[in-house]
Design a protein around this ligand. Structure first.
Ligand SMILES: [Zn+2]
Length: 350
């Protein structure tokens, strides 16, 4: 018996003597951190995977995907999560940079999981805007396969495999809509996992979510901003998210760096800057709410990017420290993750 084998045997015997009990765990992975419609260095569009289970099975009992920006399916494949495993998808809002990944995700489930189960898609009920348009998640999901139906692809694929659902990918989605309000309200649950939502300001129908589990709680702010859409105001952040994030272990939130503001030289449109939450103000919110760990996502601009779309970043690309310094300037003393695709944070119940 060589030395390595002896050591492994000793370790195995120790483990047998004192088995480690499986503990509940919740794990958050940023599946995409791109802010808005631009592309940069292959980053996927906005999305967050929250999984719950126990340490023995790798937090793998429940899989919840919040927003599905472009490339979500590919990103999930990198961490060994087939789309057939997702229990539910939640949308903060129906902007394409948060939703377009559902098209290939639903198509893929239709190919290989047509027998079900259906995928819950939880989102706002139709939200009319004073400008005359209506943001409709249910129309988005019910027409998710329409381009492939119109092209004849679905008929062709059904001809070669009639066991697939005749109506296409939309038939595999179970859309659950709710009207978000100022009150935190439960919108989904399974076993020990409960998801609540609150209305928040960005575009009509925008909602922020909180996942509560025995291992910990995670809040997904989305693109929320303050109800006062421009200064003067105490903060660029959402009072609703602050309420939702009270005592949360992890807050995942879209962020804009102050360098994009009207005091800088980027020329970024002030109304779009003002409707996002700044890194500094998110630091303040997280400290006031008692958040343990702030995960920044949907970074505007991405770290290292010389420009955000056509808007040139003053002084070149931002670093990780540029973001953490801004968060700490807001008073936050907890942990900060400046999001990159597939950044992960796990909490295990003590
Ligand atoms: Zn966005």
């Amino acid at each position: 018996m060589n030395r390595t084998t002896k050591a492994s045997l000793a370790t195995a015997l120790t483990m047998l003597a004192a088995p480690v009990a499986a503990a509940p765990c919740v794990e958050v992975t940023l599946t995409g951190t791109q802010g808005g419609p631009p592309v940069f260095m292959g980053q996927a569009g906005s999305g967050t995977l929250v999984r719950y289970g126990d340490t023995e099975t790798g937090c793998s009992d429940v899989f919840l995907q919040f927003d599905t920006g472009r490339g979500t399916t590919q990103q999930l494949s990198k961490i060994g999560v087939p789309v057939g495993k997702l229990n539910a998808v939640f949308f903060t809002h129906i902007h394409s940079d948060h939703s377009e990944g559902l098209i290939d995700m639903a198509q893929l489930r239709w190919h290989f999981n047509s027998k079900g189960p259906k995928l819950d898609v939880v989102c706002s009920a139709d939200a009319p805007s004073p400008a005359g348009h209506t943001m409709s998640c249910s129309k988005f999901t019910s027409s998710i396969g329409d381009a492939m139906i119109a092209s004849g692809e679905m008929a062709q694929r059904l001809a070669e495999n009639p066991k697939r659902l005749a109506g296409g990918p939309a038939d595999l989605l179970n859309t659950v809509t709710f009207t978000p309000t100022e009150q935190v309200a439960k919108v989904w649950e399974q076993g020990d996992v409960a998801v609540s939502a609150i209305r928040s300001t960005h575009v009509p129908g925008h909602a922020s979510y909180r996942v509560d589990t025995p291992a910990g709680s995670v809040v997904i702010g989305g693109d929320a901003g303050n109800d006062a859409r421009k200064p003067p105001r105490a903060s660029s952040t959402s009072a609703q998210v602050e309420l939702l994030a009270d005592g949360a272990d992890i807050l995942v939130h879209s962020v804009i760096h102050p360098v994009m503001g009207p005091d800088g030289t980027s020329g970024f449109p002030p109304p779009i800057y003002f409707r996002q939450s700044t890194a500094t103000d998110l630091g303040g919110l997280s400290q006031r709410a008692g958040v343990g760990h702030l995960m920044l996502t949907h970074l505007i601009p991405p770290m290292g990017a010389p420009r955000q779309g056509p808007y040139v970043i003053e002084g070149g690309g931002l670093s990780e420290a540029d973001y953490t310094d801004a968060v700490q300037a807001g008073g936050f003393e907890g942990d900060v993750t400046v999001g990159t695709d597939l950044a992960t944070h796990r909490i295990v119940q003590q």
